[in-house]
Structures are given as structure tokens and as C-alpha cells.
Write a protein that binds this ligand. Structure first.
Ligand code: SIN
Length: 312
């Protein structure tokens, strides 16, 4: 029997396994609960929630691409009040560990969401998804603007106090990811989620126009995995003490181990769940078997292994 310690931490939140859903790919977990016990994975990262109900971008919202897919959902969701009334009680009843993802159009909206979530019990951590357009600054995405990123995280940290861990979700669509990461950590983020989707576009050759209703969309799936591995590696090299939740094209245990070796403390599985709702369970089992086969006694020993000198 394996004696591997598979647990991990993100800030002061402890999880028995390092495998999570990826925000946006499983809503609040209901669909996946038909296939496996939500309490058996590290945790459910919810779809990013905004203050008000939102219908999202026009259709079509998805496009298949080689080794990936583009989505342009536009943060469709029920709004915070409905989410608190329906989704949190459901997840608590399932005994799932919950990471609530929040998104806003203004710095103030993030703080308002944090204020309302501060008093909610059963939440392990907040994912602050700053890959959204800032309506106060010509629609520039917060995560592509170091000062706006810092202000969002600073506002959320001041609002929720010191207890609940903040995981800042960053966009890879920047020139210097490490400096954005440093800025949000200095502003109070305990951990980082790397990476959000990569901005892309598909032209429909029948209409000779952009295929997606929103024109651009976020590329996910195996096509972006090397970008995610690079991002995790670079940020871990600069800030090895900051836990990273890695996502971007993980669909088996080997992909997950690559992220762990690059410096991730946990992994999220998103796009792979669309083809196989049990993908997260397969990743979990395969990662555990791989760590054991390689002689690790704990997940922790493998985190950032790729940074060690060859001689070790
Ligand atoms: C969406 O709902 O459009 C996706 C949001 C995101 O990628 O953060």
C-alpha cells in the first residue's frame, strides 16, 4: 500500500490531494458529481462569479482548434446572491472543499464580492480572476496591467482581512509575467493560479468573418500546456515560496507531474473534463502512481524538482 503524502497547501488552506477542477469548466460541480464524489478531489474551483447575473457574450461561444478549443463565454453567471443561495449550500452538502473564483469589471466590484464572501463559511480560498476587462480603463484586462492587478488584490486583501487565502489568477498574455506575479504577491496574494487561457481567434471561411460571436476567445487544452509549464517554471524560479495552482492542458498524470516539477503545488483540470468527465480522477490516480514509482514519499518533495541542479 502506498504511503505517499499526497496533501498540499495553498496559503493556509490544506487539501488532501493536489487536483482541482479548473474555474469555468464545471460551473459549481453539479454535472461532475454524477460521475464522482466531489469530496474525493482536492477541491472545486467555481466558475468566476460576478456581482450581478450576466448573460455573457453572443453565440457562437466555442470553437474547436488543433489540440485545443477557444471559448468566449463572457463570464455568464447567476450573480453572487443566487450563487450564495444555491451553489455554496450544495457544495457544502457534498463536503467539497471550495475555492470561490471572483471576477469584476472594476476594482470596487472585486472588493464588494470579497466583502460579501468574507462571512460565508465553508470556503477554503478565493481565486481572484483578474483576466477580465477593466471598464474604468478602456477595457484593458486587469491582469495585463501591473498597477490595476496590484490594486485589485490590495482591495480584496484589505476587505477580507488575513484569514482566507487569496489565489490571484494571471493571464499569460503579458510580456513579463514574473513582474505581474511579484506585484500581486506584494499586494497580498498568498498563491497564484497559472495560467488563464491564451487569447486567440478563428475565422470562419464560409462567412469570411470571425467565428466567435465575441470575435476573440480564450485558447485552452493541450495546445497551451508548454506555455503553462514555462509560466509556472519562471514564476517558481523567481518566487519559490509562493504556491502555484497550475492549469493549461493537463489531461493525464504525466502532464500534472510536469507542472509539479516546474513548481506547482496543485493542478486544475478543465478542458479535458469536457471529453472525459472522469479526467480529474484519472489525473489524480496517475499522478499518485507516478510519484510513488519515482520514489517520492510526498508530493512536496516533487514540487519544483526541475529547478534542482543536475548533480542532485
Ligand atoms: C469566460 O467566461 O469568458 C471565461 C473567463 C476567463 O477566461 O477567465
Amino acid at each position: 500500500m502506498s504511503t505517499l503524502d499526497f496533501s498540499t497547501t495553498l496559503g493556509n488552506a490544506w487539501f488532501p490531494t493536489p487536483t482541482f477542477t479548473a474555474s469555468g469548466c464545471a460551473s459549481s460541480g453539479r454535472e461532475l458529481a454524477q460521475f464522482f464524489d466531489l469530496a474525493s478531489i482536492g477541491g472545486v474551483v467555481t466558475k468566476s462569479i460576478m456581482s450581478k447575473a450576466r448573460s455573457g457574450r453572443p453565440t457562437p461561444r466555442m470553437a474547436e482548434t488543433p489540440s485545443g478549443m477557444l471559448n468566449s463565454i463572457g463570464l455568464q453567471g447567476p450573480g453572487l446572491d443566487a450563487f450564495l443561495a444555491k451553489d455554496i449550500p450544495y457544495l457544502v452538502e457534498q463536503k467539497a472543499r471550495i475555492i470561490v473564483s471572483i471576477a469584476g469589471e472594476t476594482v470596487e466590484e472585486y472588493s464588494t464580492l470579497a466583502r460579501k464572501l468574507r462571512a460565508v463559511s465553508g470556503i477554503s480560498a478565493l481565486e481572484v480572476n483578474i483576466s477580465c476587462p477593466n471598464v474604468e480603463n478602456r477595457g484593458l484586462v486587469f491582469a495585463c496591467d501591473p498597477e490595476a492587478s496590484r490594486r485589485v488584490i490590495d482591495g480584496v486583501r484589505r476587505t477580507i482581512g488575513g484569514e482566507l487565502p487569496i489565489i490571484a489568477k494571471l493571464s499569460p498574455d503579458v510580456t513579463d509575467l514574473v513582474s505581474i506575479a511579484r506585484g500581486v504577491v506584494d499586494a497580498g496574494a498568498d498563491a497564484l493560479a497559472l495560467i488563464n487561457t491564451v487569447l486567440g481567434m478563428v475565422i470562419n471561411l464560409d462567412t469570411m468573418r470571425p467565428h466567435l460571436g465575441g470575435k476573440t476567445g480564450g485558447l485552452s487544452g493541450p495546445a497551451i500546456r508548454p506555455i503553462a509549464v514555462r509560466a509556472v517554471y519562471q514564476v517558481h524560479a523567481a518566487m519559490p515560496q509562493v504556491p502555484i495552482l497550475a492549469m493549461g492542458g493537463i489531461s493525464n498524470g504525466r502532464d500534472a507531474l510536469e507542472m509539479i516539477a516546474a513548481g506547482a503545488s496543485g493542478v486544475s483540470i478543465g478542458t479535458a473534463s469536457f471529453g472525459n468527465p472522469m479526467a480529474i480522477i484519472a489525473v489524480q490516480d496517475e499522478l499518485k502512481a507516478l510519484l510513488t514509482a519515482k520514489g517520492f514519499n510526498s508530493l512536496r518533495q516533487a514540487i519544483g524538482y526541475a529547478h534542482r541542479p543536475e548533480s542532485e
